[in-house]
Design a protein around this ligand. Sequence first.
Ligand SMILES: Cc1cc2nc3c(=O)[nH]c(=O)nc-3n(C[C@H](O)[C@H](O)[C@H](O)COP(=O)(O)O)c2cc1C
Length: 384
Amino acid sequence: MSFEHALNMFDLERMAKRRLPWGVFGFIAGGAQDNRSRDNNRAVFERIRFKPRGLVDIAERGQEITLFGHRFSSPFGIAPMGIAGIAHFEADIAMARAAARMNVPFVLSNMSTVPMEVVARSCDSVKWLQVYMPADRERAGRFANRASAAGFQALVVTIDVPVGANRENNLRTGFTLPLQLSARVIADGLLHPRWLVGVLARTLATTGVPRLENSAAHDRPSILAAQNAELRSDGATIDWAFMRWLRDQWRLPLLIKGVLHQADAREALACGLDGIIVSNHGGRQLDSAAAPMEVLPEIVAAAGSRLTVLTDGGFRRGGDILKGIALGARLALCGRPFLFGAAVGGEAGVVHALQLLKAEVDRDLAMLGTTDVTRLGPTDLFLD
Ligand SMILES: Cc1cc2nc3c(=O)[nH]c(=O)nc-3n(C[C@H](O)[C@H](O)[C@H](O)COP(=O)(O)O)c2cc1C
């Protein structure tokens, strides 16, 4: 079935499950350990319901938002996802272009396999860059200079990966970094011929064995050699003093991603950062970490008006995004659905996913009796 038949994000996931090798699908869909945080990210939306208003003229309604001086068409965007190229050939470019077409933010992961300069050149739009910073300031400074020269408008430092997570599903399917071509991994690929030809063979034929082209800690390690945990932090972890230093190096918008505690919002404010992303990494890091939606109100309160609060984790419906905004986030990022969209339809598949979400936001806004997405607030919600 073609991606155009997908009616929602869940349909895209089902389609991608058929197309992708089990190891690749499991890597994307899975969380850490028992998937408690991943599943709870979805479950919290069940406990939050709307209190719609009636008799409001909703003929003219808008979902645009302004962030860091740019007017975006919708209050959602594409979350950073490392090694996205395993789901679709150069998926980073497909997602960047789709985001550009829909005028929503795209965050490139620095664990990507396409050089950041190539992604930046692939479309003329707002692009942000997420990074796992090494503690080594010389390397970190070089990375920031490179990102700025490439034209990235915001830097997002992920703070919830001080060590690699325990992702048992990846161990079971044999999908681990460095990638080992075991009999199981090879059989998995052979049983998914469209992926084998369209993604693996095409990648090997055009760019060779994928390399983490934008690693900040190492120089272009191959995914056959890269040590997952070391790649990110290089053994030593960054701290608030590092963030204060980085603030001086990077004058454009600077955000941290992976905040779940109000005290960290206060630290971010004290460091002069521009924004925070309330996130549990899609349930892929600390299992049993709170869902972003559970802690959003207290973090928004701590952040005050100087810090822009974004969020991600389990947003699958336009209504989910509106709930996040009503609790004080300015924008919600979505991860997996867009990578599944890329897996089954490339750039057009990602555009399809973005259009579905946009239509859902618009319809729900109308039924909520709200003409402007930025007017939503906690009083529009009923919390169990
Ligand atoms: C396949 C995959 C790779 C990811 N890679 C990164 C990454 O490189 N850096 C990062 O900060 N977050 C990464 N994340 C987390 C996402 O940015 C985001 O926090 C999460 O996917 C949001 O949850 P959702 O997928 O339920 O929408 C990744 C998530 C997935 C699914």
